[in-house]
Design a protein around this ligand. Structure first.
Ligand SMILES: Nc1ncnc2c1ncn2[C@@H]1O[C@H](COP(=O)(O)OP(=O)(O)OP(=O)(O)O)[C@@H](O)[C@H]1O
Ligand SMILES: [Mg+2]
Length: 412
C-alpha cells in the first residue's frame, strides 16, 4: 500500500457506517480517494446500543474504504448524535489584561462562558463562539488586536452523556483507528452542505437520517442552536410495517420505491402489491393507505421542527430558508409538505462536490460523512499531533476541551 497523508471522515449512522478517505492533491484541493459504506448494526436513535455489532460495522466500512483508496488510515473524525445531546447558549465576560485584546484574553473569556454547572454524567462536546463584544461594540467575529477594557463572548455549547460518548469512542478505537475529532453530526452536515453566504443570511439545516433528525440553525454566520430529534426515516418504515402488517424489509422497499408524503400527489385508486409476513400470499394494498401513513409521520416530524424554530429563532433571522439533507430527505413530497407546515422555503441540500469520486458521494445521505472529512481536513498538522497525544489519555474532558481550542484556531 502507498503511504500518503490522508484525512478520514467516519459517519457512524443508525442505518449505515460510512467512511470517506480524502487526500490533498498538489493544488491543495481535497480529493476523495476511497469510500466505504456498510449497513449499521448496533445503533438505535443515533446512539450505540451494541458495542460488538457496531465495531464489526465500522471495521467493514473502514476496510472497504482502505481497499478502494489503497492506503492505511489511523486517524478519523467521528460524528456524534443521539437523544442524549443537549445544546444551549452561554456567555462570559473578562477584563482585558493589556490595552489590546490578545488570544489569551479570548481563551479566558471562552473558558468563563464554559464555566456552567453541569451534571457529572454530562460533558462538553463543542464550545462554539457566536460573537464577541469589546466594551460597547457588538457583533465582533475576531476581537484580537482591538482596544478595550471589557471582553464578552456569546457561545453555543453542545453537551452529551459521558457514557454514550465513551461507548462511541471505544467502538472507534477497538476498530483500530484513533478518533482525533468528535463532531456533532448536524455541524458536520452543515460543513458539507451550506455555503458561508447561507450561514451569514441565516439558514436551518435539517438532516433527516434513519434514527434521528438533526437540526442546526445558523444566522449571521454563527450557530444559534443545534438539536437532535429522536425520529428519522426508520420510524416512517416502522409505521408502514405495522399499518400494512408487512416485514420491515418490504416496508422499506415500498417506502423508497413508491412512498410519498402527499397523498394528493399519488394515484388515489392505485393498488400496489405488498409481500406479507413469511408464509402469507402477496396482497393488494391501496397506495392511498401508504401515503396516508407516511404523511402522518412526516407531518408530526415537521411540526416538531416548527416548534423548535418558533422557540429558537424569528423568521427574519433565517432568510435563507430551510435545507433538508440526509437519506430521509429523499422521500417524495417532503419539500412541498415542509413548505406547507413550516411556512418557509425548503430545498434539498447535497454535499459539496470535492475532487475525485465526487459523483457517487452526491447523495444527501453522505452529507455527514463528507462534512466529517472536511472537519478532519480543517485540523492543521500540528493540531493533529496534539490531539493524537491527547486521545491516548483517558481523560475525555481534556480531549474535548482541546477540540474547543481547535474551534478557536479555526476562527482566527
Ligand atoms: N429514496 C428514499 N426514499 C425515502 N427514504 C429514503 C430513501 N433513501 C433512503 N431513505 C431513508 O433514509 C434513511 C437513512 O438515511 P441516512 O443514511 O442519512 O441515515 P443514517 O446516517 O444511517 O442515520 P442517522 O443519521 O439517523 O444516525 C433510512 O431510513 C432510509 O429509509
Ligand atoms: Mg446520519
Amino acid at each position: 500500500m502507498i503511504e500518503r497523508e490522508v484525512k478520514v471522515g467516519l459517519d457512524i449512522g443508525t442505518t449505515k457506517v460510512c467512511t470517506v478517505i480524502g487526500f490533498q492533491n498538489d493544488n491543495s484541493e481535497l480529493e476523495i480517494i476511497g469510500v466505504g459504506s456498510h449497513p449499521s448494526q448496533g445503533l438505535k436513535k443515533g446512539a450505540v446500543v451494541n458495542i460488538d455489532q457496531t465495531i464489526v460495522s465500522i471495521q467493514k466500512s473502514l476496510e472497504q474504504a482502505k481497499l478502494m483508496a489503497g492506503v492505511e488510515i489511523d486517524q478519523v473524525s467521528v460524528g456524534v448524535a443521539g437523544n442524549h445531546i443537549y445544546s444551549f447558549n452561554s456567555s462570559g465576560v473578562v477584563a482585558v489584561r493589556g490595552e489590546e485584546v490578545t488570544l489569551e484574553d479570548v481563551h479566558r473569556v471562552v473558558e468563563a462562558a464554559k464555566a456552567v454547572v453541569m451534571p457529572s454524567d454530562r460533558e462538553i462536546i463543542h464550545v462554539i463562539p457566536q460573537e464577541f463584544k469589546v466594551d460597547n461594540s457588538k457583533g465582533i467575529k475576531n476581537p484580537i488586536g482591538m482596544f478595550g477594557v471589557r471582553l464578552e463572548v456569546k457561545v453555543h455549547i453542545v453537551t452529551g452523556a459521558v457514557s454514550l460518548i465513551q461507548n462511541l469512542v471505544k467502538c472507534v478505537e477497538e476498530s483500530g483507528v484513533i478518533p482525533i475529532k468528535i463532531v456533532l453530526q448536524p455541524i458536520a452536515s452543515s460543513e458539507s452542505v451550506l455555503s458561508e453566504e447561507e450561514k451569514e443570511l441565516g439558514v436551518v439545516l435539517v438532516d433527516i437520517g434513519g434514527g434521528t433528525t438533526d437540526v442546526a440553525i445558523w444566522s449571521n454566520g454563527c450557530l444559534l442552536h443545534s438539536q437532535i430529534i429522536p425520529v428519522g426515516g426508520q420510524h416512517f418504515t416502522n409505521d408502514l410495517s405495522v399499518a400494512l402488517k408487512i416485514s420491515h424489509i418490504e416496508a422499506e422497499r415500498i417506502k423508497t420505491e413508491l412512498g410519498c408524503v402527499i397523498p394528493e400527489k399519488t394515484n388515489q385508486s392505485k393498488l400496489i402489491q405488498a409481500q406479507g409476513i413469511v408464509g402469507t400470499k402477496p396482497r393488494d394494498v391501496p397506495l392511498k393507505i401508504v401515503t396516508k401513513v407516511l404523511e402522518a409521520r412526516a407531518e408530526e416530524l415537521l411540526r416538531t421542527i416548527k416548534e423548535i424554530l418558533d422557540e429558537k429563532v424569528s423568521e427574519h433571522e433565517i432568510a435563507g430558508g430551510i435545507i433538508f439533507t440526509g437519506g430521509g430527505s429523499l422521500i417524495k413530497g417532503i419539500v412541498e409538505l415542509g413548505e406547507y407546515v413550516l411556512e418557509i422555503p425548503v430545498k434539498i441540500g447535497h454535499p459539496k462536490s470535492l475532487g475525485g469520486m465526487t459523483n457517487i458521494m452526491q447523495s444527501p445521505k453522505y452529507s455527514t460523512a463528507i462534512g466529517l472529512l472536511l472537519e478532519s481536513h480543517k485540523l492543521s498538522k500540528a493540531n493533529v499531533e496534539k490531539d493524537n497525544s491527547l486521545v491516548k489519555q483517558s481523560d475525555i474532558i481534556a480531549r474535548l476541551s482541546n477540540s474547543m481550542k481547535n474551534v478557536l484556531k479555526e476562527i482566527f
